[in-house]
Ligand binder design. Structure first.
Ligand SMILES: Cc1cc2nc3c(=O)[nH]c(=O)nc-3n(C[C@H](O)[C@H](O)[C@H](O)COP(=O)(O)O)c2cc1C
Length: 343
């Protein structure tokens, strides 16, 4: 009998293992999440990071508004002040977010100066206090509080730094850690370089799960293919995809299909299911481009994909651009495919 390579992943999914799309600033806004939801009904979707003061004092409709179809959706917060984070978590939970996540992984300068993000890997006691305050603030709604971190920063010890951090923070009651499997180097690398240069070390994340079987451990960093998802789910409870999910979003449908048996949708069909959403937002005054910038990679790797992207890039920014631009992009893709076949 043929062996199903997805079986361990399916078993993990049946146990409740999450597959999720990472928080990504400027990328995973509400439009992006709505589109990803069409591709992956079971994925857990994360917002961009929002700082606790912005949640408390900012324009909540703009920063925190989302569509009911996005559930399950997690709000990622940035901060290091327990009272502020607790207040922001409460606001997020009361707005209906399904999870509140604390960012302990982002290495940008702006974030370091506010003493949050990856530099907090060095301050597990403070993170424990933050998470404890957040958990207390959302306990009435039973919303989980999770932490997204790195395997370490700078010259921290290879494994003890991560284990020590997690052990301290779990004392707050937090039982879910999403670990980006590379260190952050806080000096000398840009945020982008910090997502590429420090080497990935998946084994350290697997070991965290082995040593702390009770915790839910989700692995992140450099994951793109179904085979990789299958392999990781033999070792940990969940996988989180960032850049690949954004640049090649159809991968989400393929993972969804493998883990949950959801039928693979046609790409054109996915776009047509997006139409009512697009038209509702255009009617409210949103620009087409703000939505279509997230769908450029849908046909990645298929013949005609370039023509599709070109129509969207050239036409979606116009003030009066409407759904017909998306139809024109779909038509350009088909035309490109036909001419490649004929050649
Ligand atoms: C454009 C961009 C913005 C990001 N913004 C955030 C963020 O707001 N919060 C966060 O925790 N990580 C952020 N990240 C990191 C991702 O969540 C993820 O940890 C990282 O990209 C590694 O996963 P990947 O290799 O699958 O992309 C960002 C990454 C990118 C590419």
């Amino acid at each position: 009998m043929a062996v199903d390579p997805h079986e361990p992943a399916q078993q993990a999914a049946a146990r409740g293992a999450a597959f999720s799309v990472a928080p990504m600033m400027d990328w995973t806004d509400r439009h992006c999440r709505y589109f990803h939801r069409l591709l992956a009904p079971h994925a857990l979707l994360y917002t961009e990071m929002v700082t606790a003061p912005a949640v408390i004092h900012g324009d909540r409709a703009r920063l925190l508004g989302y569509d009911a179809a996005e559930h399950p959706v997690a709000l990622q917060l940035g901060g290091s002040e327990p009272d502020e984070l607790a207040e922001a978590a409460r606001i997020g939970a009361e707005l209906g977010y399904d999870e509140i996540n604390l960012n302990v992984g982002c290495p940008s300068d702006r974030v370091q100066s506010g003493r949050f993000g990856a530099c907090l890997m060095r301050e597990p006691t403070l993170v424990r206090e933050c998470v404890a305050a957040m958990r207390e603030a959302v306990a009435h709604l039973a919303v989980p509080v999770t932490v997204k971190c790195r395997i370490g920063v700078d010259d921290q010890d290879e494994y003890a730094g991560l284990a020590g951090f997690v052990e301290a923070v779990q004392a707050s009651g937090c039982d879910t850690f999403i670990v980006h499997a590379r260190k952050a180097w806080l000096q000398g690398l840009s945020p982008k370089e910090n997502r590429e240069i420090p080497p990935l070390n998946y084994a350290r994340v697997y070991r965290l799960k082995q040593d702390h079987a009770r915790l839910t451990v989700v692995i992140n960093g450099g994951i793109g293919t179904l085979a990789e998802v299958d392999e990781h789910l033999r070792h940990v409870d969940g996988v989180m995809l960032g850049r690949t999910a954004y640049h090649e979003p159809y991968r989400l449908a393929e993972i969804e299909h493998a883990l949950h048996g959801t039928p693979l949708p046609e790409r054109d069909e996915v776009l047509r299911r997006l139409r009512p959403y697009v038209e509702a937002h255009l009617a409210r005054g949103d620009r087409l481009q703000h939505i279509t910038r997230h769908i450029l990679g849908l046909y990645q790797g298929l013949p005609g994909a370039r023509g599709y992207r070109r129509v969207l890039s050239e036409q979606a920014h116009r003030a009066d651009a409407g759904w017909d631009v998306v139809e024109a992009a779909i038509a350009a893709r088909h035309a490109g495919e036909r001419s490649l076949r004929a050649a």
